[in-house]
Write a new protein. Structure first.
Length: 196
């Protein structure tokens, strides 16, 4: 199974995040339409994987969104849309959906499903989530590892969306690992400072 379950530290243990990664997705228009139609069967954070620079970036957005849900401070309709907007360094929700969420042209897709106890029923089980994704996402399932996420990253798009173009000092860093650490730090800082 290529669905990874994560317990987020410093949050109630009843909240779990489930991550999946799909490559070469063929039915992005269908999945995008399900979100627009607010189909409850598709309550996921569908994220364009090309703008995910690292697992740390992704998990930071998940943590921020779940924390907002726990504290009843969501700015969007649900925790899954909050994950998408938490990736942005801007407060513009529509812009965040457009840049970071699934679009009809998305080829690589990160899927996040947050489960937590509800008033009426127990949370959906990981096996049910995985079966639903396998039945509805037409793409190659990959483990959501750092390597697989990085392979889908479009660095030009990441630098544009996080306003990292034209930073001569960043471009002057010759060591790829050091430059990647700096890019990740700038991304995380932008996400953390959103709305401050």
């Amino acid at each position: 199974m290529s669905l990874e379950a994560i317990t987020l530290e410093h949050l109630p243990s009843s909240y779990k995040a489930h991550l999946a990664l799909f490559h070469d997705v063929k039915n992005s228009p269908f999945l995008h339409q399900q979100l627009l139609a607010r189909n409850a069967d598709f309550e996921y954070a569908f994220i364009d994987a090309s703008i995910i620079f690292s697992r740390t970036q992704l998990l930071s957005a998940v943590f921020r969104a779940v924390l907002a849900a726990v504290n009843d401070e969501l700015k969007t309709p649900n925790v899954h849309s909050e994950i998408v907007t938490s990736l942005s360094s801007s407060n513009n929700i529509a812009d965040a959906y457009r840049r970071f969420g699934i679009s009809p042209t998305t080829k690589d897709l990160v899927v996040v499903r947050v489960t937590f106890p509800g008033n009426a029923a127990p949370p959906i089980q990981p096996e049910q989530i995985w079966e639903h994704l396998k039945a509805n996402v037409e793409g190659e399932a990959l483990d959501p590892t750092e390597e697989n996420i990085i392979a889908a990253t479009d660095l030009a798009k990441v630098r544009k969306y996080y306003k990292l173009n034209g930073l001569k000092w960043l471009d002057d860093i010759k060591d790829d690992k050091a430059r990647s650490r700096e890019v990740e730090t700038l991304i995380l800082n932008g996400m953390a400072l959103r709305g401050v």
